[in-house]
Each structure stands twice: as C-alpha cells, then as structure tokens.
Design a protein around this ligand. Sequence first.
Ligand code: BG6
Length: 486
Amino acid sequence: MTETETLPKSAIVPASDYVIIGGTGDLSVRKIFPALFMRYAAGQVTNDFRLFVVGRQEINARDFREKLESHCASLMSGLDVGEEVMDRFMELVQFACVDISQPMSMAGLAETLLPLASDERPVIFYLSIAPSLFSAASQRIHEVGLALPQSRLVVEKPLGHDRASSREINDALLSVFSEDQIYRIDHYLGKETVQNLMALRFANVIFEALWNNRYIDNIQITVAETIGVGDRASYYDNYGAIRDMLQNHLLQLLCLVAMEPPARFNADQVRNEKLRVLQALRPVDAENLTLGQYQDYPHEVGVKTTTETYVALKVLIDNWRWAGVPFYIRTGKKLKTRASEIVITFKNRPHDIFTSDGSVDQEAEVPNRLIIRVQPNEGLTLLLTSKEPGPGGMRLFPSELNLSFGETFQERLPEAYERLLMDVARGNQTLFMRLDEVLAAWEFVDPLVDTVTKRIPLIYRSGSMGPADNLLIKDARYWIDPKEDL
Ligand code: BG6
C-alpha cells in the first residue's frame, strides 16, 4: 500500500506507546491490532511507535502473529501489502505478562515505558478487559507512575448495564484519570459514513433550511444484522438489543441526525450538541416500543429466555426543530439484510399543479426522501420526482440521485477502529463519548429496560425484517427497508 504519500498533513499522528491490556483477547486480535496494522501499512503508525500486548499469561509471539494475520487478511484483500510489512510491524510489538489483581504488577512495564514518556509522546492504555477489572487496572497504572498527565485511557462498552452501574465504573476510572484523558469508544462514530453525516449537514447549505418539522415527515434509523449472537450468547443474554445496540450506536446516530449545528467542529461543542438531543428525548410509552426475539435464539443460548434480540421504537424529540416529527428506530439480529440506513422522508408537496383540479394526487404521491447508507455500500440516495420521458402528458415518476462513496472516492474506507485509534494518539476526543452523554443515554434507556422485564418479546422468523410493522401502521406509515441489490 502506498498511501503514505497521499496522506493529508492532518493525518500525521505523534509517535505513541499503545498498551493493550487484555491484548490477547478477542477484541484485541479481531479489531485493535488489525486496525493498528492497517494504519502502519498506510504510514500513519510509524517505526517510532511501540505496541504492548499485555496479558495474564505468557504470550507466544508466533501464535499472536498467526491470529493477527488471519484477521488482517480480509482487510488487506486487494491491497498491495507484502509479508515484509507484517514482519516490520511485529518488530514494534512487545509482550508483557501482567496479573492486574497483583499490586505493582506493572512495575516492569513502567520501567520500559517511562524513560521515553514525554508531553509529545502519549502512553495510551486500552482496557480490553471486563469492566469489573477497570478499577484494578487503573490502580495498577497509577501506582507505578504511569497515569501521567499525557497518558490516555481507552474503554468501550459494556460500560455498565444501567445508569447507576455505568456511573460506578466511570467513577473508578475518574479516580485516576481526568475526563479529558478518557476515550469512550462507540465504534459507530468511527465509521466514515457516520462522520459524513456531519459533513452532509454542516458543510452544505442546501439541507439546513429543510432539516426540521416544517419539511420532514419522519425519520427512520435501521441497523439490521444478519448474524445471530453466535459465541457471545453468555454476554448477550444478560444484555439484549436495547443495551447492546440502542443505548449506544443507535442513539449516537440519532444525535448526529438531530443535533443543532455546533459553532466549531471540536470535541466539546459537538458533544454539547449531542447531549442536548439526548436531554430532549421524550420518554417512550410502552405502546411505542416493540421487542422481538428470533425464533432459534433460545436454542442457540441453550435456555428459555426473554432477552430481546430486536427492538423498535418511536422516539420524539421535544425541541423546536423536531416537535412532532417521529423518529422510528429499529435494530435486530438475524434479519433479512445486513444494512444500516437513515431515511429522511420529507412532507408531501402542499399543492399539486399537475392534477387537473390542483389537488395532490395521493396515489401518485412519492415523497422526497434522503437515504443515507451507513453500511454496506456507503453512500446517499436522494429520491426525487421527475417527468416520465416521452409524449403522453405530464406523468410523474420517482427517480434517484445516487452517490456511492466507494465509486466516487475509489479508495478503501478505513475501518472504524483505524480512525478512532489514530484520534486517540492525536488527542482528539470529538468522536468519543463524554460521560454526561453516556449517562443521559442510560437515563433514556433505563425505563425501556424496565418494560422489557415485564414483557415477552414477539418471536420473529430469522431472515425477516422483524415484528414491528404495527408501530408504523398505526401512524399510517411503513418501514422503508434497505435495498438488497445495491
Ligand atoms: C457491537 C455489538 O457493538 O456492534 C454487536 O455488541 C453488533 O452485537 C456490532 O453485532 C455491530 O457492529 P457493526 O460494525 O458490524 O455494525
């Protein structure tokens, strides 16, 4: 890969030490190290970086490399990355055996890290371990003097199972690190199209005037997955779709669609505006919440359970811009397609000049729609009404204006973790969740979880689009399903 020459100046990241605690675990070999490797191959991670794999047991470098290579293979397909790039990358990787339950167990690591530590060279700790170990890990870092002002801490969900437990976990981190040192990952914010949503809204003038309750009829957000819970059943069954997906990824998408334009594109201002959206969410009534479970889920989990693998809800935002505009949100596993989409449906035109009496022809009416495809086939579609070509009068038909990011930019779109890990090294918190956002999201979600405990989810067929049609039918609307043939 010869991206190095083409990287913009802003892409340069300072040399850093990454310390992945729980470095041999699934997240580390599946996401974190492949992301660092891809950034190495692209020239963003340079030979000045040091990467530490910290695990409880002795780690065999060859085994680690093998696992890593298998996870990098699909990322590298079609790219010109030779074996020698992996050889050089592995030279940056060091292994450390640390039992974080034991005081001073990081002393050896500190001896290696501290001599090079400086204001310009951050030490980045990634806690890729269970949150129940966060407190011990923070203490180990602190007691050996590694909680330096320039140190950074990366964590990701599950950060608790409700507001109270999330507060507790975060308090443990905050007893050692300050808020501006903590990077809470929601990997959806690292997706190119999700960031593009901000570019679409705040780098173009044409949408802003229409982006409100005068012109928008409803907004739908779908995050559909075809996979089931697989080998994550023990985690998932205690969590469910509301806590696993809605509390974080879907609410973050909602915030980006609904937020006011920040004055600057910086961490505090972007996060202030997202927080305002979360604080304006109206609590959801039970009849506006649909829960589902795919039919073979209990069989996969091995127990009879009422955990929801699908959730759909109608959300209202109580502010001037969005008063009265329903946001229909759904996510589920084992659905028909893997697709994440945001569909903005505009109101019908108020008057139709093309029918003879001037009234709007409801039959022929297809509203304007903006479809933002987050994944796969990232891009935008704007649904317009055009004249059907040829003689025969003014016959209208829907036509599409399509922008495919893949085709337009002809470049590999970096994976979410690649972007996010580089932002940590740059010290840019814009795409990470601030504590007040996390807590506000839990405040919205906690009552929904209470409803779940009192309800049996509707069973849906694997390969369907879930059981929430009625949620929209009662509003005389229907779900806009992602297209499968793009
Ligand atoms: C994770 C959830 O955060 O996101 C998983 O825990 C889910 O259950 C995954 O499958 C979806 O992410 P993506 O990037 O594949 O859409």
